[in-house]
Design a binder for this molecule. Structure first.
Ligand code: FRU
Length: 495
């Protein structure tokens, strides 16, 4: 039986509406994108189209687990105030029978929005045990809300077991597409295609093969320039952990190199991890009209990492939009876009603070959605650990964000965060003065340090009650040279 997409979308809207009617909001984000209810994962189809930013995302509207994938949709005129749009795409073709998987969108010369996604099919109709068939599909929209599926534009090459997540961009008069591949002999690769008309795609070459041990697939590739250097961003599946590196089941990384149309990609900076938190995956970038390279990532977890918010009728959220940069030493930096500052409602400026040995000081009360800007003079401090306890509840839950002098790293520790995943993540600090920007939302912590050279994104699910923020020094003194605490307003348009 085939259903039309409009029937499938109506059913999906009804289902997600039912779930939303009983959604609980103790952990629901105030200024991060999440589904109105149900499950979400990767950001998809990021673009600026007809005067608005559009963010689509992987969405299961029938429940709070990963399932039959649709494209959910929100849009915004300013990158921070989000309007919910109807679900944009649902499975309706034989080639996307088991999921409208991740992909991207570009504005064609015709003024239409061209969305490319992976049509997903379980060969046995149920699960992956008999393999999957993945193909790249085009859908076209005149208004950004209603899509007509054109059909398969890149069929599955014989014997390629994993073939998904097309990302399209324009270079001169040619369109290019990168796609993630798991080869039959178990390697993770990124393949490059090109096209003159957005419909007829030619295989160009294998752009990149990962040599990370354990990796068999590179999901969600993205390829973009900073001047004459190109960044290839991707998600190596199951790359093995090594010390501080790759602590998550799947992680995000990038390489930097030189590339020109018609040439090989010449890597000049080897694999580096992007965002060292416990919940950052499947990021996608796009170019804003003013030329900024912006990124959204998915803050969530795999099917083997249940999320406490599933009991509340929803699961997972996206990061705030982040502006990317590339340093001279080939480090990709991320920083919340300037627009995020407009969400600040009030600001407490604490100025300089000296903490004596083992002092704790409350610097904010009743702060569920906020931003903390802090500068710590490490050279003038003697403490072994200096930091903040955030999302601190009357019941004793707290998430620690602390500099550890022995390792020289900034640690985010979830041992006592509340419900959900435990464990800690860390990033190297370059000494001198530690400058951090921390975004707190109802169930997330995003930490940016060192002008964006490091970031850590994690989900936390604190218990009931007002949440406070405490500054602390441990086994020594701390010299804080600046501390601003901002309260953040909501990102959702009310209507
Ligand atoms: C990454 C991913 C993609 C795929 C999508 C399915 O999280 O596995 O490779 O297209 O999610 O939801």
């Amino acid at each position: 039986m085939t259903v039309s997409m409009s029937e499938a979308l109506q059913r999906a809207e009804a289902a997600v509406g039912d779930l939303a009617a009983t959604r609980r909001d103790r952990w629901y984000p105030r200024f991060h994108i999440a589904g109105v209810a149900g499950w979400i994962n990767d950001p998809n189809g990021l673009c600026y189209f007809n005067g608005r930013y559009h963010v689509f995302f992987q969405h299961y509207p029938y429940g709070t687990d990963w399932g039959l994938m649709h494209w959910g949709h929100v849009s915004s005129a300013d990158l921070i105030t989000w309007r919910r749009e109807p679900i944009a795409m649902a499975p309706s073709l034989p080639a996307d029978r088991d999921g409208v998987f991740s992909g991207s969108a570009v504005v064609a010369d015709s003024g239409e929005l061209y969305a490319y996604y992976t049509g997903h099919v379980w060969n046995n109709g149920v699960d992956f045990t008999d393999g999957v068939s993945q193909r790249q599909i085009l859908a076209v929209s005149a208004d950004g809300n209603h899509f007509d599926k054109v059909g398969v534009v890149i069929d599955n090459p014989d014997g390629v077991p994993q073939f998904r997540d097309p990302k399209v961009w324009r270079q001169g008069n040619t369109w290019y597409l990168v796609v993630g591949v798991g080869t039959p002999d178990g390697f993770g690769e990124v393949w490059l295609y090109d096209s003159d008309d957005l419909r007829d795609w030619r295989f160009e070459r294998v752009l990149y093969r990962s040599s990370l041990p354990g990796t068999f697939m590179l999901e969600c590739p993205d390829f973009f320039p900073f001047g004459d250097r190109w960044v290839l961003l991707f998600c190596p599946m199951r790359a093995l952990p090594d010390g501080y590196e790759r602590r998550n089941i799947h992680n995000v990384g990038y390489v930097v190199g030189h590339w020109q149309p018609g040439s090989d990609f010449e890597v000049i900076a080897e694999h580096t991890e992007l965002d060292r938190g416990g919940n950052f995956y499947a990021p996608q970038t796009f170019e804003a009209p003013d030329g900024r390279r912006l990124l959204f990532g998915w803050m969530g977890g795999g099917p083997d990492q249940p999320m406490p918010s599933q009991a509340d009728g929803w699961c997972s959220q996206l990061t705030v939009p982040r502006q990317l940069g590339l340093t001279t030493d080939n480090k990709l930096t991320m920083w919340p876009v300037a627009e995020v500052e407009a969400l600040r409602s009030t600001t407490d400026e604490h100025g300089a603070l000296q903490l004596t040995e083992d002092e704790t000081r409350v610097v904010a009360t009743d702060l569920t959605a906020g931003e903390i800007d802090i500068e710590i003079d490490l050279a003038a401090s003697t403490a072994e650990r200096i930091g903040l306890a955030v999302h601190k509840t009357p019941g004793g839950d707290e998430t620690l964000i602390a500099y550890d002098v022995q390792t020289g790293r900034l640690v985010v520790d979830r041992r006592h965060s509340g419900a959900g995943q435990r464990g800690y993540r860390s990033a190297a600090v370059r000494g001198g003065t530690l400058r951090m920007r921390i975004l707190l939302d109802a169930s997330s912590v995003e930490v940016f340090l060192d002008e964006g050279r490091e970031a850590l994104s994690l989900l936390v699910f604190p218990g009931e009650g007002e949440r406070s923020v405490e500054l602390f020094s441990e086994a020594g003194t701390a010299s804080v040279t600046k501390l601003n605490v901002h309260r953040m307003g909501s990102s959702y348009e009310r209507h």
